[in-house]
Design a protein around this ligand. Sequence first.
Ligand SMILES: Nc1ncnc2c1ncn2[C@@H]1O[C@H](COP(=O)(O)OP(=O)(O)OP(=O)(O)O)[C@@H](O)[C@H]1O
Ligand SMILES: [Mg+2]
Length: 235
Amino acid sequence: MNAAVLLERVSAGYGKTTVLDQLDVIIAEHSFVIVTGSNGSGKSTLLKVICGVLAIHDGEARVLDISLTNPNGRRSVRRNIGYVSQIQHEPKIALTVIESVLLGRWGSSFSWLKRSNEQDMEKAEDALRLTGALDLASRDIRSLSGGQRQKVTLARALARSPSLLLMDEPTTYLDPEAKSDFMHLIRRLHESLQFTAIIVTHEPIERKRSDRLFSMRQGKLFELTGEQRSHLWDR
Ligand SMILES: Nc1ncnc2c1ncn2[C@@H]1O[C@H](COP(=O)(O)OP(=O)(O)OP(=O)(O)O)[C@@H](O)[C@H]1O
Ligand SMILES: [Mg+2]
């Protein structure tokens, strides 16, 4: 088995506060993983560690076979994965949808937009097509509805053809039908593109469909299997 994510006795947090506490987890390539758990339990912190945004305090961490213990490794991971954070900032400047997806090719440097070539444009359009949002390409990103914006955000993460996609509560602001549609879209894309997906969500419907389901409690991950999973579904 090739591991997309391997964390061994990982501790991490903010300043002197420890949030992840000696956490262990191995996630195989191509799996579809759901992480759930109460507010403040450390789910977003876990994703920030995996995507290389937050340095670890202790332990061993490898993502896509790259060590997260040094800044170069973390930078490399940040460039190679798709990450949709829990809090989406409103863009401060007018940006079309296609420009916003092009930014996903490399990072958030606006100067890079001027340097994008034909292949970047093709990749950005492909990503919008995959999420069903190509018709929005020339719209100002700030004029979109919440559901449309989520599709564009997903396209931005897909624009670099990531082998690992991390999404932190991607359906929070959507209505029940849009929530379900969006999660089905992610599932379909996972099946066709074969990336590894780690999704933080509280949506009960999706819990049934994950390959693996984890609950975060006090900075540790607990895997729910068999009986525990069926109890959750019944709630
Ligand atoms: N930037 C930060 N600086 C200091 N403490 C933080 C920071 N971000 C999060 N924390 C703290 O770390 C703990 C875990 O936060 P985290 O955001 O990982 O939780 P979560 O499980 O994602 O919660 P939620 O379901 O509310 O999104 C919380 O106690 C939180 O207050
Ligand atoms: Mg969170």
